[in-house]
Design a protein around this ligand. Structure first.
Ligand code: ADP
Ligand code: ZN
Length: 296
């Protein structure tokens, strides 16, 4: 952006369950915020448009952080689209084209988890580092990475939620992922927990075996991702991570798997500040979307 003053930013957190739209100067001055359920693209994008058109000032740029899979390659013909999602009606939905053609504003586009990683890097739990991992354990399982200050894309974009991991002892659940059965998302997302135990994750007591299994999958995933990306911080959010007891369980397992092989104080002595919840709390998603617009 070519502004000399701070730009007014817009954000669209396009989630599979809900959309959150915001306008303001993040992180503190968000002066309009609205959320509504994700229904059909027509209705949901209509409400998005109404939100921005009803603002006294249009933002200078809008960031879109979306559920996926999404095409985040700027040179591609379908850049800015949600692509092969199983979510009914949303296949091949052109989100960037929608913002550019209906609001005449520049739009930045990335996955929801890369957005959250960007927001945490700018204003949250990753402000002091340039390499970080953001994992979201909720309805799905997603991972976003910032390497040397830049969100990682690649061939399509990382799909850390579909890692294939060894089972926990005694876990014979067939898995909940329509593509891979017992992948990470298939074993450890909120719906996987509910399908395995017949009880929603939020209703399981902290001493339930479910959390042993959960700590097993999450700590293995974090270990493998630490070994792959060498992040300086691992931020874990999403509904399931509201179970605060998971943090110490994951930290100690990660230390034990790594067995002091990765010679880093942050892991060996400082793990409480290394594997952490989001600094932006439940605003991480929409602030992350706004953060994406900073790159324009
Ligand atoms: P989404 O992934 O749709 O953006 P969330 O991150 O809130 O939304 O994830 C929703 C999932 O998190 C649901 O499967 C729900 O069962 C689970 N969940 C929500 N709150 C809790 C909680 N306090 N403890 C454990 N699981 C929770
Ligand atoms: Zn999968």
């Amino acid at each position: 952006m070519t502004h000399t003053s701070t730009p007014l930013l817009g954000g669209i957190e396009a989630g599979g369950t809900k959309f959150v739209c915001a306008v303001g100067y993040p992180p503190d001055n968000i002066y309009a915020l609205e959320q509504f359920p994700t229904t059909t693209p027509r209705e949901t994008l209509g409400r998005t448009l109404d939100f921005f058109r009803s603002q006294p000032h249009l933002p200078d740029a809008i960031g879109i952080a979306t559920f996926g899979p999404a095409d985040v390659r700027p040179t591609s013909n379908t850049y800015g689209f949600i692509t092969s999602t199983p979510k009914p009606g949303w296949r091949n939905t052109d989100l960037v084209g929608f913002v550019e053609r209906s609001l005449y504003l520049p739009a930045a586009f990335d996955t929801d988890v890369n957005g959250a990683a960007v927001g945490e890097h700018a204003w949250g739990a990753g402000q002091d580092v340039d390499n970080l991992l953001y994992l979201s354990v909720g309805t799905g399982f997603g991972g976003g990475a910032i390497v040397e200050g830049v969100p990682v894309h690649g061939l399509v974009h990382p799909e850390m939620g579909h890692l294939n991991l060894p089972r926990a002892n005694g876990d014979d659940f067939k898995g909940h992922c329509p593509y891979h059965g017992p992948c990470l998302e298939g074993m450890a997302s909120g719906p996987a927990i509910k399908a395995r135990w017949g009880i929603p994750a939020e209703s399981l007591p902290p001493d339930h075996t479910a959390w042993e299994f959960e700590a097993h999958y999450l700590s293995l995933a974090v270990t493998n991702l630490i070994l792959t990306l060498s992040p300086e911080r691992v931020i874990m959010g999403g509904g399931v991570m509201q179970q605060e007891h998971l943090f110490p369980a994951i930290r100690s397992r990660v230390q034990s798997y790594l067995n002091d092989y990765v010679q880093a104080d942050a892991i060996i002595r400082g793990i409480d500040n290394y594997i952490v919840p989001p600094g932006l709390g439940d605003r991480a998603g929409v602030l992350g979307a706004m953060g994406l617009a900073l790159s324009l």
